[in-house]
Design a protein around this ligand. Structure first.
Ligand SMILES: NC(=O)c1ccc[n+]([C@@H]2O[C@H](COP(=O)([O-])OP(=O)(O)OC[C@H]3O[C@@H](n4cnc5c(N)ncnc54)[C@H](O)[C@@H]3O)[C@@H](O)[C@H]2O)c1
Length: 263
């Protein structure tokens, strides 16, 4: 068993997941990352680029192929983490997708609804269920362990976007999943947190980059800049490191102040 605390990050192959991996590594975690972007020969993007970046920081990163929407992959992912490191201290449910096409709520298709919900909400819910059981077993073996589960939802859990209803609904569902898991797992000393990013510069927001450049310049976000993966990563690292041990169920926005109601 490794002496380091161990974190599993879903969707770690790029963007916010990558930023979380780098910050957790700087904080001494041994890491496993799963993604559908799994190409061992591809070193410029995806999990193996992240592995190289983590190793450059002196850390350890186990890349795992896995589709969070496919419940059969969950057991395989968790077994691989336990085989390599012998324990799981932190799960970061980060993998998520936006609708392939932004459509008005009056035109949302069942296919897009099911696709978005199955990754963002259903996948994270059932992976957490399995991971939580491993964490309960860990606490029984090592009462000093302070496991944590962190859900990366979105400001869209509470903010309406009429052109991507299925995304907003998936994040609202994820937000409630975080709350119910926080309630259920508190007795075991497992903390559960929800992190809500605002407008973060990643591949996911690339198609709407110009739109947001303009809105940011006009002052949509009080802090008047894009968020970056490391902004989210630093918050996740503080939560994972145990800076908020008496605050299970905490919801933290990382949005440059978008939650401030303004006149
Ligand atoms: N970028 C933003 O502005 C923003 C804002 C709020 C919330 N978020 C959330 O943050 C998370 C990360 O977003 P991002 O901007 O880094 O997106 P991204 O598209 O750049 O990266 C997402 C990663 O998840 C992986 N992934 C997608 N589906 C998967 C699946 N079924 N199984 C495993 N991996 C899968 C992708 O391959 C990719 O590597 C998502 O949950 C997203 O909804 C993003």
């Amino acid at each position: 068993m490794t002496k380091k605390r161990v974190a599993l990050i879903t969707g770690a192959g790029r963007g916010i997941g990558r930023g979380i991996a780098l910050e957790l590594s700087k904080n001494g975690f041994a890491l496993a990352g799963c993604d559908i972007l799994y190409a061992p020969r591809e070193r410029k993007t995806g999990l193996f680029e992240v592995k190289a970046a983590v190793e450059k920081l002196g850390g350890e990163f186990l890349p795992l192929r896995g589709d969070i929407a496919s419940l059969g992959d969950h057991e395989i992912i968790l077994r691989a983490v336990l085989r390599k490191f012998g324990r799981l201290d932190v799960l970061v449910n980060n993998a998520g997708v936006a609708p392939e096409v932004r459509r008005d709520i009056l035109e949302t298709t069942p296919e897009s609804y099911d696709r978005v919900l199955s990754v963002n909400a259903r996948g994270a819910f059932f992976l957490t269920q399995k991971a939580a059981k491993e964490m309960i077993a860990l606490v029984k073996k090592d009462p000093a362990a302070k496991p944590a589960i962190i859900f990366i939802s979105s400001i869209s859990a509470a903010v309406s976007s009429t052109a991507r209803a299925e995304y907003c609904i998936s994040k609202a569902a994820l937000s409630m999943a975080a709350k119910v898991y926080a309630d259920r797992l508190a007795e075991f000393g497992i903390s559960v947190y929800e992190v809500r990013p605002g407008i973060i510069r990643t591949d996911m927001t690339e198609p709407v980059r110009e739109k947001y450049d303009k809105l940011l310049a006009e002052g949509l976000v009080p802090q008047r800049r894009w968020g970056f993966p490391e902004d989210v990563g630093k918050v996740v690292a503080a939560l994972a490191a145990g800076a908020f041990l008496y605050s299970t169920g905490l919801v933290l926005e990382v949005s440059g102040g978008m939650d401030i109601r303004r006149l």
